[in-house]
Design a protein around this ligand. Structure first.
Ligand SMILES: Cc1cc2nc3c(=O)[nH]c(=O)nc-3n(C[C@H](O)[C@H](O)[C@H](O)COP(=O)(O)OP(=O)(O)OC[C@H]3O[C@@H](n4cnc5c(N)ncnc54)[C@H](O)[C@@H]3O)c2cc1C
Length: 338
């Protein structure tokens, strides 16, 4: 399917892309987001929806998923389209337009803002082939609604932040909870590790280091438990559980974007202070960019998104100024000039 041309296509619907969509709407140009994931919010939705963020302006403390809700509401007020489950694979130039290509279609536009973060990412799969048929029916590598696991016997696999955060957050909801890791070296935040270890010492949850998944146990097509194996002695034992949550981190890939002739440094796009990539009409913002002094923070992404969009607007329509003016004075929002 070939979509109608717009002024700006934003690759990525994380916080940077959402703010870019808002800004494009505020500048009166037509924009759209294309994202590989099934939902907006980028890393905040996919990796830490239930974590609090403390360092974004205006919110002393805000849950990542609530922050995305506000960003989405702000971004969608100008009715820019969001195309989800669409991974950008290719780029062609046709009749003065950039035509971005996904498996499902083509997205022509006059300019591009790349807000692709760490690239298209997906949870790292368990290496044990025996587990693969159980994904989506007993094994879940993304927790979108922790309430879905209330009263369940939960097994979490992993030793990083995601594994420990979910162990901590699901403990009170679970009938039983066990955390299993292949070694005794944890990559999670020290405070969370201490809390989980305390819960295990108090008998409120199980914690098995130097163990890994060996086999899946089931009855009539329902997962009923696992066999765990000691990584040192190779001894095995069965553990009853209803759900297995492999929290093994994410694999990310800039994919096709890396082939577009942009200047890259360690998988990041080099930009100047105007967020220009060196290819006229292609701008970048957020975690995907690098420049001297770059900070990979939500707050930085917002400033970069505003710069990228305002530059793109001026590039497409030279009669429109780069400087956007103040939203507090804009008739668009029902305000009158000072
Ligand atoms: C556990 C954790 C906690 C964090 N806590 C904080 C914090 O407290 N404060 C803070 O400021 N920052 C925090 N961060 C960092 C913050 O989340 C990132 O800086 C922010 O998400 C970057 O936003 P972004 O929009 O640039 O990229 P992302 O959020 O990575 O979004 C990029 C989007 O682009 C999409 N995409 C990529 N490639 C393609 C493609 N080829 N086609 C289509 N779509 C594509 C991806 O699917 C993704 O949705 C944290 C990060 C993690 C992992």
């Amino acid at each position: 399917m070939t979509h109608d041309p717009v002024d700006i296509t934003i690759i990525g619907g994380g916080p940077t892309g959402l703010f870019a969509l808002f800004y494009a709407g505020m500048r009166g140009v037509k924009a759209q987001i294309v994202d590989a994931l099934p939902q907006l919010g980028g890393q905040l939705t996919a990796l830490y929806p239930e974590k609090y963020i403390f360092d974004v302006g205006g919110f002393p403390k805000v849950l990542a998923k609530d922050f995305v809700k506000g960003l989405t509401e702000q971004a969608l007020q100008f009715r820019g389209a969001t195309h989800l489950n669409e991974t950008i694979m290719g780029l062609e130039r046709r009749e003065g337009l950039f035509v971005l290509q996904t498996e499902g279609g083509e997205f022509p536009s006059r300019a591009i803002v790349i807000a692709a973060g760490i690239g298209a990412f997906s949870p790292r799969r368990l290496p044990q082939v025996v587990a693969h048929p159980w994904y989506g029916r007993g094994i879940f590598d993304v927790v979108t609604d922790p309430e879905a696991f209330r009263g369940k016997r939960i097994l979490i696999l992993g030793g990083g932040d995601t594994a420990f955060d979910w162990a901590h957050q699901l403990l009170d909801r679970a009938a039983t909870l066990t955390l299993v890791h292949r070694s005794d070296r944890f990559r999670a935040h020290a405070a969370t590790v201490t809390e989980v270890q305390r819960a295990a010492a108090e008998g409120r949850m199980g914690l098995h280091t130097f163990h890994e998944l060996h086999d899946i146990l089931s009855v009539d097509g329902t997962l009923t438990g696992v066999v765990l194996r000691d990584t040192k002695t190779k001894a095995t034992f069965a553990l009853a559980c209803d759900v297995v949550l492999p929290m093994l981190g994410y694999v990310s890939d800039l994919g096709a974007l890396a082939q577009w002739g942009l200047t890259l440094e360690k998988e990041e796009i080099v930009v100047n202070s105007c967020m220009e990539t060196g290819q006229p009409g292609i701008y970048a913002a957020g975690d995907v960019t690098t420049y001297p002094g770059k900070l990979k923070l939500i707050a930085s992404g917002f400033g970069e998104a505003a710069t990228a969009v305002n530059q793109a607007v001026h590039w497409i329509y030279p009669e429109k100024k780069v400087t956007p003016g103040h939203s507090s004075n804009m008739a668009l929002f029902g305000q009158s000039p000072d």
